[in-house]
Ligand binder design. Structure first.
Ligand SMILES: [Cu+2]
Length: 138
């Protein structure tokens, strides 16, 4: 009887710890995606701020700072885009695929959102290419 109850209890503990482990993997996956989302937001904000700097520089009202604003704005746009790309295809994402424990639908939405963010930034880059040229000519 004692052996039986020890066996049953051990089995329950084993199954419970397995369930907890599965839950932990799932939570980690969700947390990773939350972090990726934060980085993507940051990339998007950097790019928009960079575009704003470029516009300011393009106005040509501050001789000493215009060129810096345009150049630094371009860097912020480029880095912001690279950050989103890194989140979508980078090491952390590859690791998450390897570990599993993420919701497929949520992951698809995350990628869809990231691609849209990149599209918006590329449109901004296109608009500001003329600004970069103008500042370089000054
Ligand atoms: Cu993914």
């Amino acid at each position: 009887m004692k052996t039986l109850s020890i066996t049953v209890i051990s089995a329950m503990v084993f199954l419970f710890s397995f369930a907890v482990q599965a839950e932990t993997v799932k939570q980690k996956g969700l947390h990773d995606m939350h972090m990726m989302m934060r980085f993507m937001d940051h990339g998007m904000c950097s790019a928009l701020e960079g575009a704003d700097l470029q516009m300011l520089g393009q106005m040509g009202m501050s001789e000493k700072l215009d060129k810096d604003a345009v150049v630094h704005g371009a860097i912020m746009i480029k880095d912001g885009k690279a950050m989103i790309r890194e989140m979508l295809d980078g090491k952390a994402m590859q690791g998450l695929y390897h570990e599993g424990g993420f919701d497929k639908r949520l992951m698809d939405e995350l990628h869809d959102l990231g691609e849209k963010m990149i599209k918006v930034i590329e449109q901004i880059e296109k608009i500001h290419q003329s600004a970069i040229k103008q500042a370089a000519e000054k």
